[in-house]
Design a protein around this ligand. Structure first.
Ligand code: ZN
Length: 107
């Protein structure tokens, strides 16, 4: 899948520039997210949707050197937003909601 988009970036001289880019698949074959916020949203959604045990599953997001976009990773320290949501019980709430939503869909 190839799509064309635009992205703001800061040039070496510190000026904000608009880049037109052809979005290609990253060589890591990981799903790409244009911004850190989008990647964090996906990370939190994934944690709420699937049951991960212990150290399994994605815990953080990082900016990729290859494609310049963000990916999820199971390596490293847990993302601050994710750990906040877990501490606040939001992930469990979301899990519960997804569980019942799935049940309703199956009927
Ligand atoms: Zn990449």
């Amino acid at each position: 899948m190839t799509s064309v988009g635009t992205q703001f970036s800061v040039s070496a001289t510190g000026r904000l520039i608009l880049i037109f880019f052809a979005m290609k698949k990253c060589i890591t074959h990981k799903k790409m997210y244009a911004t850190q916020t989008l990647a964090e949203d996906a990370l939190i959604d994934a944690r709420a949707r699937f049951h991960y045990r212990g150290q399994q599953g994605p815990v953080a997001v990082y900016k990729c050197d290859e494609c310049g976009q963000y990916h999820l990773t199971s390596q490293g320290d847990m993302n601050a937003r994710l750990s906040q949501d877990i501490a606040a019980g939001k992930i469990d709430l979301q899990k519960e909601a997804n569980h019942w939503l799935d049940k309703m869909k199956k009927r």
